[in-house]
Design a protein around this ligand. Structure first.
Ligand SMILES: [Mn+2]
Length: 269
C-alpha cells in the first residue's frame, strides 16, 4: 500500500490519469490537485479528456482551481517529471500536435510505456472503440437519468395506467434492463480494447474514456482503465517495482488523514 502525507509526497514511477474534464463544471479539480501534490512521479501520463474543449465551446467555465491543475502539471514537468499527453475526444484539437516535444512534455496520439519490470503498456484514450461497441455510453447515461425521473413519477404512471386498464408497470424490471445495458457496454468496450492490444503484441493496455476504473486480465492482456476525475476520482499508479494499482483518491485520502490525526495531537501536547 502506498503511504505518505501532505508533507512528504510518495515516490512512484508513473501516474496515469484521464478524463479530468478541465473547463467542465463537474471536474473535481481540488481533489486532483491534492492527489498530484501527494505523489512525486518520474512519469505522468495524461490519457485524454484532460481539457473539455467540447464543454468550453458551449459555456466558458475556467475557475482558478482548473488553472492550478495545469500549472501543477507544468511545474512537475519543469522539475523533471516526464509528462506524456495522449489527447482524447473532448480534447482532440491537440491530436494535431502528435509527436510534438516541449521540453519534458510530449504529445502523442498513442504511446508505449515500458514498466520497471519490463512489460509493454499501450496507452490510448479509448474513443477509438466507440464505433465497435454496439450500444453507446450515452444510452446507458440517458437510461440512468430516465430512471430517476421515472422513480419520481412511478405512482402517477401507475394511477394513470389503472384508469385505462393497463397492466402495472414495473420500475424494477426497467432498472434491471438499464443496469444490464450499462454492464454490456462496459464489457464489450473492455473486450474490444483488449483484443486490439493483443493484436498489437503488447502485454497491457491503459485507457480511460468510459469513466470506469478497472484492472483485469482479458485473455492474456492486462486491461487497465485509470478511471476519471468527474465521478470516481481514481487513477492508475505504477510503483518503483513496476506493479500497477488503482487508487481511489477520496478513499486513500481519508485513510491518510486518519493516520495523521494522532501525530497532530502529539505535536499539540
Ligand atoms: Mn473520452
Amino acid at each position: 500500500m502506498l503511504a505518505g502525507n501532505a508533507l512528504t509526497p510518495t515516490r512512484v514511477r508513473s501516474i496515469f490519469i484521464s478524463d479530468v474534464h478541465l473547463g467542465f463544471r463537474g471536474c473535481s479539480a481540488d481533489l486532483l490537485l491534492e492527489f498530484l501534490h501527494a505523489f512525486d512521479m518520474e512519469n505522468l501520463f495524461l490519457i485524454g479528456d484532460i481539457i473539455d474543449v467540447w464543454s468550453m465551446r458551449k459555456t466558458m467555465f475556467w475557475p482558478q482551481s482548473h488553472n492550478n491543475v495545469l500549472r501543477t502539471i507544468l511545474g512537475k514537468a519543469k522539475r523533471g517529471t516526464k509528462v506524456v499527453y495522449v489527447p482524447g475526444n473532448h480534447d482532440e484539437v491537440f491530436r494535431e500536435f502528435d509527436g510534438a516535444v516541449f521540453g519534458n512534455l510530449q504529445i502523442h496520439r498513442e504511446y508505449v510505456h515500458v514498466t520497471a519490470d519490463g512489460r509493454r503498456l499501450l496507452l490510448l484514450h479509448g474513443d477509438e472503440f466507440d464505433s465497435v461497441v454496439k450500444c453507446s455510453p450515452w444510452l446507458a447515461r440517458i437510461g440512468s437519468d430516465l430512471y430517476d425521473l421515472l422513480l419520481a413519477a412511478n405512482p402517477w404512471i401507475n394511477r394513470f395506467r389503472r384508469q385505462f386498464d393497463l397492466p402495472h408497470w414495473s420500475l424494477a424490471a426497467f432498472m434491471k434492463h438499464k443496469a444490464k445495458t450499462a454492464l454490456q457496454y462496459i464489457g464489450s468496450f473492455e473486450e474490444a480494447v483488449a483484443q486490439s492490444a493483443r493484436k498489437r503484441g503488447v502485454d497491457s493496455v491503459v485507457c480511460g474514456h468510459i469513466h470506469h476504473a478497472e484492472i483485469r486480465d482479458i485473455q492474456g492482456v492486462t486491461y487497465c482503465n485509470d478511471g476519471d476525475w468527474v465521478e470516481s476520482c481514481s487513477s492508475l499508479v505504477e510503483d518503483m517495482n513496476g506493479t500497477l494499482r488503482l487508487i481511489d483518491w477520496p478513499q486513500l485520502r481519508s485513510q491518510l488523514l486518519a493516520a495523521q490525526a494522532p501525530i497532530a495531537v502529539e505535536k499539540a501536547a
